[in-house]
Design a protein around this ligand. Structure first.
Ligand code: NDP
Length: 262
């Protein structure tokens, strides 16, 4: 047996050169950070989101780190767009190796009078859309020798906070979806895992960053002493999508500055 065959975590195993990745919600926030990390690891990354100008800006940034990205502009509340995003990506890039289900929304509120339409909207966007995209990607992967799905969940896939509305149930569901699909697809060469970010400074959490009280609240909840940034999430995604993680199925990497450890 050669020494090489004993080493799973050599740097080359983190190389995504030759891979095509689709990142939903890649136009800003955590998604943009993931796109850039994957591009830096060598992947051709297809950026999806509604905002063409932001998507073009991210694609231009991928060129600066040495790879050619591309974009698919779509609204994932549009059923037709959900049904065609994977095939559109394959048509654009020639293949697909990695799906990152990152796009997400939230809508806070106490459950006792949480609006049913809002509940349906959040569950649909944060749980049903990743499920449907994963189904289609998995079919492509099974037919083409394998692939990897990385779902962006949240620390709220494992714990709850009061008044986060449908977001916590949806993110718990993302963890369940990850485990279910991992069990069903592992033998067919498809790995499904998720990354669970803690508080990250993006538009989604904008309500915190405008005031000293909000900043202090965030800092108090993060043991490592700083607020998470979009660039903090990409490393875990690259790792899970890479060959270095070949034996990792149905798992979650928490990236939260230590908040779940308390
Ligand atoms: P942002 O609100 O900053 O960005 C959301 C992304 O989703 C944007 O790229 C946006 O693109 C895209 N998006 C929103 N609505 C639609 C739509 N209808 N159709 C297509 N794309 C859409 O969110 P974050 O970057 O903060 O969050 C990214 C992921 O990380 C989410 O799944 C979130 O739940 C999760 N997360 C975030 C945390 C945080 O503290 N920020 C913590 C834990 C998890 P565009 O506007 O171009 O459509």
């Amino acid at each position: 047996m050669s020494v090489d065959s004993e080493i799973q975590y050599a740097p080359a195993r983190l190389d995504l050169a030759g891979k095509v990745a689709l990142v939903t919600g890649g136009t800003r926030g955590i998604g943009r950070g993931i796109v850039l990390a994957m591009a830096a690891a060598g992947a051709k990354v297809i950026v999806s989101g509604r905002d063409r100008s932001n998507a073009e800006d991210v694609v231009a940034a991928t060129r600066k780190v040495g790879t050619e990205g591309d974009l698919v502009v779509c609204d994932l509340f549009d059923d037709d767009a959900v049904d065609t995003l994977i095939s559109d990506t394959v048509a654009l890039a020639g293949k697909l190796d990695i799906l990152v289900n990152n796009a997400g929304i939230d809508a806070d509120g106490p459950m006792i009078d949480y609006d049913l339409e809002t509940w349906r909207r959040v569950i649909r966007f944060d749980l049903e859309v990743p499920m449907r995209l994963s189904q289609q990607a998995a079919r492509h992967f099974v037919a083409n020798g394998g692939g990897s799905i990385v779902n962006i969940a949240s620390v709220l896939s494992q714990v709850a906070v009061a008044e986060a509305g449908a977001y916590t149930p949806a993110k718990h569901g993302v963890l369940g979806l990850t485990r279910t699909m991992a069990l069903e697809l592992g033998k067919q060469g498809v790995r499904v895992n998720c990354v669970a970010p803690g508080l990250i400074q993006t538009d989604m959490t904008n309500n915190l960053w405008g005031s000293e009280a909000g900043m202090a609240y965030a800092r108090d909840r993060i043991p490592c002493g700083r607020i998470g940034q979009p660039r903090d999430i990409g490393g875990a995604v690259v790792f899970l999508a890479s060959e270095a993680a070949d034996f990792i199925h149905g798992q979650v990497i928490v990236v939260d500055g230590g908040s779940l450890a308390t």
